[in-house]
Ligand binder design. Sequence first.
Ligand code: C5J
Length: 222
Amino acid sequence: MVEIAALPFAFPLKPDAVALVVIDMQRDFAEEGGFGASLGNDVSRVTKIVPDVKRLIDGFRKAGLPVIHTMECHRPDLSDLPPAKRDRGNPSLRIGDQGPMGRILIAGEPGTAILAELAPIEGEIVIEKPGKGAFYATPLGEILKERGISQLVFAGVTTEVCVQTTMREANDRGYECLLIEEATESYFPEFKTAAIAMIRAQGGIVGWTAHLDDLLEGLPHA
Ligand code: C5J
């Protein structure tokens, strides 16, 4: 066990039972013409964290520890897209519509891909998820169980939506969850700050938060 400086107290990292989960670092959330931009968001906030997410992924790879990537996306026939999700709000492009990078948030389309700099390498797990949480309607739970994983380190976007939802799902399933502050972002800075505060409040009611360098220091060979 390695103690990682974290809040609300040190995170007891178990290198033989930890995996990194990188949430939805997709073109659709980071580039003009994608889903995030269609909702009126400033997507440059997402691209800004790419170098730190890459340092985190590289740290896990060098340490020989598992890296899991998630992608928010739907089947081309939209059978896994509830009307309540598709029809909510007033975006310029809805999920499934044709955009400049292909159909918005549809599996296999160019815009749905993970950013090239962060692309999964051979042997890494990629979870396609139709919801905000990565456990809902995916094999993630079974995959983690099979591999004896009990701790999850989180990165990705957006902090208060898919990252926080997945951390809460994981926390309820008994995983110890650690969010890396520099490797997550929101379109709304105040929501990132609030989500981080909520996660570690009340003695770590959802989990821990830590800075990237403090985690990297504790990873074997990173
Ligand atoms: C959103 C996500 N914000 N990955 N998705 O719709 O957080």
